[in-house]
Design a protein around this ligand. Structure first.
Ligand code: ATP
Ligand code: MG
Length: 399
């Protein structure tokens, strides 16, 4: 007898009472998508759990894939048995023999109150059965090598031993959508990942300045988007033709302030795209104090151009913390590819680190930008990115 199911536990979701469906429905969809490369596997959604029925599929790669899905607290391989004491005894013995412990403990949970034995009686019956059919094994209720959990439900019993930690967070799609300002750098993909962890679905916007930035810089962004999609759902990436506007800013705005104005233009254009896509927030990879555009004064002057909530998941993080996440989620190797970003190309030698809002507004109002923004909005290229389910294995092969 082999493992025939994977149990998925929701964790934080179970706190959500009547709104539970808002969370379980996107999670269910994500799990279905995640296992579509395993044609025999099926998912059953229950109130407080999901079960993947393996139907002969190898559980390990499915477990690996599901560990990355937000909204899953923990997972376990399971053996399903009929609600019959003899059958449960057999399954418990099989499970015990898989790991050869020297001590064990049985924990029965009986949510099916029709079942003839209560939890305590089941613990005794099963414990006794295992002791009789094995040698040199004892019960240790405090610190066992192996704990077998026996979950007696309405229609069947699931026996599990080890718990694998899931990604935590909330299912992507349960907390609305954000427009991620995605550069090709290290920070913004991590910001997108952390927003998704709290259940937010992503669309991305990228400012592209050919010929100052190359086709490969754009490809890099699309590769990052594809890896982000692995953790969530398929997503749109809006590519913004930014060259003409950047050149104009460079020509018309005093150099100390050109970076602030460029960032404000990014915010304005992003807000317009968000409106059109019915998205209610923007997300950036800004981290306080990292560069000239990320001082408190800069953030104030840049932020003042939009009324939209700007989510900044990295605002208080150190660069090395951000890099650690980037590596763990397999973004880092793409982020460090050496192609220029539009901001680095046009960055002035000494941008103001403490720009004053009145001055920025004054410089901006002296130049006619409306037409340029209209032009940009009419020429956006939108690319649809779908998650590559096999991506993780392929990446591991490459390492
Ligand atoms: P990142 O590593 O994300 O590029 P950074 O440390 O280089 O960030 P900045 O270049 O100041 O910092 O960018 C701050 C934020 O502005 C980025 O995290 C990103 O959200 C946004 N941004 C910068 N350049 C672009 C771009 N070309 N297209 C879209 N968003 C951008
Ligand atoms: Mg950058």
């Amino acid at each position: 007898m082999n493992y025939d199911h994977i149990v998925i536990r929701y964790g934080e979701l179970s706190l959500k009472g009547r709104n539970r469906k808002l969370f379980t429905t996107p999670l269910h969809k994500t799990v279905i998508r995640a296992i579509k490369d395993f044609p025999n596997a099926r998912v059953q959604k229950k109130r407080d759990r999901m079960y993947i029925e393996l139907n002969g599929e190898n559980p390990e790669p499915i477990l690996e894939r599901c560990k990355d899905i937000f909204g899953i607290q923990s997972l376990s391989l399971a053996i399903k048995a009929d609600n019959d004491v003899e059958k449960i005894k057999d399954s418990a013995l099989t499970l015990l023999k898989k790991s050869n412990p020297t001590t064990f403990k049985i924990t029965t949970k009986r949510s099916n109150k029709e079942f003839p034995l209560d939890s305590q009686q089941m613990n005794q019956v099963l414990g006794g059965h295992l002791l009789v059919h094995t040698e040199n094994i004892t019960v240790d209720v405090h610190n066992p090598d192996l704990e077998i959990t026996v979950d007696i439900r309405e229609k069947a019993t699931y026996l599990t031993s080890e718990k694998v930690l899931g990604a935590g967070g909330l299912p992507v799609g349960s907390a609305g959508k954000t427009l991620l300002l995605l550069s090709g750098g290290i920070d913004s993909p991590v910001a997108g990942y952390l927003a998704m962890k709290r259940g937010i679905e992503l669309e991305a916007i990228h400012f592209h300045s050919p010929p100052y930035t190359s086709e490969r810089a754009k490809e890099k962004v699309l590769d990052l988007a594809e890896r982000l999609a692995y953790y969530g759902t398929s997503m749109k990436v809006h590519i913004i033709p930014f060259t003409a506007l950047q050149q104009k800013i460079h020509r018309e705005i005093p150099h100390g302030y050109s970076m602030t104005v460029m960032r404000r233009m990014m915010m304005r254009i992003s807000e317009e795209v968000a409106k059109k896509e019915e998205i209610l927030s923007l997300t950036t990879g800004e981290s306080l104090g990292q560069v000239a555009s990320q001082t408190m004064e800069s953030m104030h002057a840049i932020n003042a151009v939009t009324n939209y909530p700007v989510i900044r998941p990295l605002v208080t993080m150190d660069k090395d913390e951000i890099i650690r996440i980037s590596e763990r989620i397999n973004m880092y190797d793409i982020s460090i590819r050496p192609y220029e970003d539009c901001c680095t190309v046009f960055v002035p030698k000494s941008p103001k680190t403490k720009p004053r809002l009145e001055k920025v507004e004054q410089f901006e109002s002296a130049v006619e930008f409306e037409q340029d923004i209209e032009e940009i909005l009419a020429n956006i290229e939108t690319i649809h990115i779908t998650p590559q389910m096999k991506q993780k294995d392929e990446m591991e092969d490459l390492l």
